[in-house]
Every structure is written in structure tokens, then in C-alpha cells.
Design a protein around this ligand. Sequence first.
Ligand code: KG4
Ligand code: ZN
Length: 358
Amino acid sequence: MLVLGIESSCDETAAAIVNSEKQILASSVLTQSEHKNFGGVVPELAARAHLEHIDEIIGETFQTARLKPTDIDAVAVAAGPGLIGGVTVGVMAAKALALALDKPFIALNHLEAHALVARLNSDISYPYLLLLTSGGHCQILVVEGVGKFKRLGTTIDDAAGEAFDKVAKMLGLGYPGGPIVEKMAALGDKSRFVLPRPLYNSGDCNLSFSGLKTAVRKVIEAYSPDNIIEHAIMRKRDIADICACFQNAVGDIFTHKLELAIRYFKNNYPNGKHLVVAGGVAANLYLRQCIDELCYKTGLLFAAPPINLCTDNGVMIAWAGVEHALNNMYSDLDFKPRPRWPLDENAPKAQGAGGVKA
Ligand code: KG4
Ligand code: ZN
């Protein structure tokens, strides 16, 4: 089975073709450069850029795979959550293709695609424990099966990726913040500044990063003669130390919350073997290492998608599409894009061996 996956929910225009034998036949990702000077994604610019490039990205994907559009078995698309303009571009392109080709249409939750893509490269069976950490979301869940999630905890304010982006912005490091903060952190002293670990002692799996971000702001302000963050005068060494302390705090928060989640997972899912970390922040090698060590201590197997499949891409959509198709989970062509779409709600129901239902 061959599935085309289309992604356009944030600032990547992407498409890929994946088959049910877990082979990636082609993958094209265009990361929009329009947002670099804004310290975050500008929704209107993102939507226009998706519209401009989506046809060429899909065309390139078929060309690389040496396939004709008629060769695929289904069209999958990230139909939310995300920036509504971009999501609509992808959904309309996918619906048009499905209709023209008379192939089944699969409207996917973008977060589910992040959650499932680790199964493409590793032998991970359901159920598994998942830390899903991206630019817009940060949740701890049990993945019970395709479209079946139990949420154990979530951020009550910012997502971890958002905190990386905001710290980078405050330090003048550009966007996206995660990769550059990680690079600077590798050069820094992670014990120099004392930063808080919000909600550390809450006794549940909920997370919080807003107070940590504010604490970083205060540290930076102290380098400014008039407490105005833009006037801060910092050496590279200072920036590296702040990045290292911030990243260390995120690592501590993740590790502690996952310890609680592991206890619950082991008690309630005795057959579960894996802890998976996924989403853009899962590309961070320091955080992967922290979670890998926790797995070693607690007897779970650590898994994460390859680095290039952590941030948004078409492969994760195509693979989640394969998983849905194998379970006969297709969508109607009148499916409306969903800017908000909690993962543990409203999973598509299994239908009979589908086809397009317009
Ligand atoms: O999953 P993703 O590509 O988009 C969303 O669905 O949000 O995640 C993007 C987020 C950004 O906030 C980015 O700064 C963060 O992932 N990120 C990282 C790293 N690479 C990307 N955060 C920490 N370390 C990284 N190496
Ligand atoms: Zn994402």
C-alpha cells in the first residue's frame, strides 16, 4: 500500500510517499524562511507561502519516487491542529487529489502523526508511553493504538518548543530557537544560574514552562544597564551558560514528570515496553540522552524518530496515513480543518473498507 502524506500546518510545506513495508519512497520538505526576522511564525505569511509551493512540493515528491499520482492508494493530510490558513491549503490540495484520483482521503491529527512516526524506523508495539513535545504542544500520553490515546499530563501554559523559541528570541539567536539553543548549550555551564522547575512538586504529570522563560528573562535583564532586555550586553560565554541552564531545567522537568508517568504506565499497561519521545523538541540530543538514561533506570526501551523526522515533515503524515488505511480509517471529503484538535478526543472511527465518501 502506498500513501501520499501532505503537511502544511505550521511553517513547513512538505509531502512524502511511504508504503506499508515501511519504506520512504520520497520526501520533500520546504522550511519557510519568511519568518526568520519575526522570532516566530507569522500565520498570514505562512498560509501564502504554503499556497505558493504546495503544488511544486507534491509534484517533486511523485518525481523523486518515480510514481504517477494514480499509483498511490490513499491521500493523507494534516487536517489540524495548526494555523488554519496553512492547514486549509493542505486539506484542499489533498481533497482535490483524492477526488480527482478517486482515492480514499485521510484527515489526520498532526499530533497523531508525530506520535506514530517512531514506529516507522523502530519495532515499537502498542501500547507505548509518549512524550510529545513540539512548538505548540507538550503532552505525556499513552498511545494505546491508532487513534487511541490516554493523556496523562499536558502543559498548563507554554509548550517546551515555544520556550526554546522565546529564550532564543530574548538572546537574539533567531528562529527556530531549539537547534541554536542546543548548540550554544553544548558550550555552556549548566550549573551557573539557578532556574526554577515549575510544577515540579505538583505530584501529577502536568508541565509548565512559562515561569522558566520569565526566570531566563530576569537573568538576561540583569546584563542590561537599564533592565531593558534589548540593551543587555552579553558575552558568548554568558549566552552559552544561560542556554545550558535553561536546557538543563527542561531536561529535569521532563525526567521528573516522566518518572511519574512511567510508574502509572507500568501499573496499568504491564505489556508496554517503550517510552517514545517525539515532536520537534525530540530532535534535541541532550534531552534524548536524559530520557534514554531514565529508560535505562526504569527498564523501559527508549525510542525516538530519526532527527529529521522529529520536526514537521510529510513522512510522518504518510506513515500515519498508512496506519489509518491498514485499519480502514478513512475520512469524508467534507471534513473541516480543525485549528484545535486534542489528541485524546474524537478519534476517527473504523469504517468498512473505505473509498472516498463525498
Ligand atoms: O514539531 P515541530 O516541527 O512543529 C510543531 O508541530 O510545533 O516543532 C517545532 C519546535 C520549535 O519550537 C523548535 O524550536 C523545536 O521544535 N526544536 C527544538 C530542536 N529542534 C527543533 N527544540 C529543542 N532542541 C532542538 N534541537
Ligand atoms: Zn509538529
